[in-house]
Design a protein around this ligand. Structure first.
Ligand code: ATP
Length: 235
């Protein structure tokens, strides 16, 4: 059963075409990883799903509904949550205030429940509930960015390079948490340059090169693929 389908999606920045007909399918309950080098178009693909920029042609289907021309705010209300590259947390707000921003569309009662759930997933955030987010470590800020996304109780979470700039041990924790989200029934679409971890965790993966999907297969098969190993896993 499909959660998200991209069919032959083209995206332009002005006259420049960044995605040249990309097709991707994410099934419900899966972790799907998209890997690719700098500038391959990974962030563009994610942002196109969110409607900013909009696809110039092709179709984006969320749970059977065509969302290609929907405004971003509507897409964000339809069960997708995004954890953007660079985390984009509110540095001068506390952990708790950041979480409340993530639950903006929900009632107070729902937010309290979601917040308790986030704190149960991330006890570290509970300990730091009243700390200003900008003073936390990179790993804690990434946990907060994920926690904030969970506040809207998404069916699918989209993560843009969650391991960027983090130490190996912290990366391991973040990937464990992502695995846990799948166990809770949340569909995960993960964009990563850290191909090894992203493919190890993924049910399926896609390789994006200069705006085109070059390969797609199970995570395990991609990890074993000599071309993928040479290009993304250091041989
Ligand atoms: P990175 O890992 O470095 O973030 P990426 O795979 O996410 O790379 P994108 O950021 O999607 O790649 O960029 C894909 C292409 O689109 C690049 O050539 C980039 O220069 C171009 N691009 C991205 N954003 C814009 C923009 N706002 N205006 C014009 N061109 C853009």
């Amino acid at each position: 059963m499909s959660m998200l389908v991209l069919e032959d999606v083209h995206t332009h920045y002005g006259k420049i075409e960044a995605l040249h007909g990309v097709s991707v399918e994410v099934n419900k309950g899966e972790i799907v990883s998209l890997i690719g080098a700098n500038g391959a178009g990974k962030t563009t693909l994610l942002m196109t799903v969110c409607g900013s920029p909009q696809a110039s042609s092709g179709r984006i289907i969320l749970e059977g509904r065509d969302i290609t021309r929907d405004p971003t705010a509507n897409i964000m209300r339809s069960g997708i949550a995004i954890v953007p590259e660079g985390r984009r947390i509110f540095s001068s707000l506390t952990v708790e205030e950041n979480l409340q921003m993530g639950g903006f569309f929900k009632s107070n009662a729902e937010n309290r429940k979601s917040q308790d759930h986030v704190y149960s997933l991330f006890p570290r955030l509970k300990e730091r509930e009243f700390q200003r987010a900008g003073t936390m470590s990179g790993g804690e800020q990434q946990m907060l960015a994920i926690g904030r996304a969970l506040m809207s109780k998404p069916k699918m979470i989209i993560l843009d390079e969650p391991s960027l700039g983090l130490a190996p041990l912290v990366i391991k924790q973040i990937f464990e948490i992502i695995g846990h989200l799948r166990d809770e029934g949340i569909t995960v679409f993960l964009v990563e340059q850290n191909a090894n971890q992203a493919l190890s965790l993924a049910d399926r993966g896609y390789v994006l090169e200069t705006g085109r999907i070059r390969l797609h297969d199970t995570g395990a098969n991609l990890l074993a693929n000599p071309d993928v190993r040479a290009a993304y896993l250091g041989g």
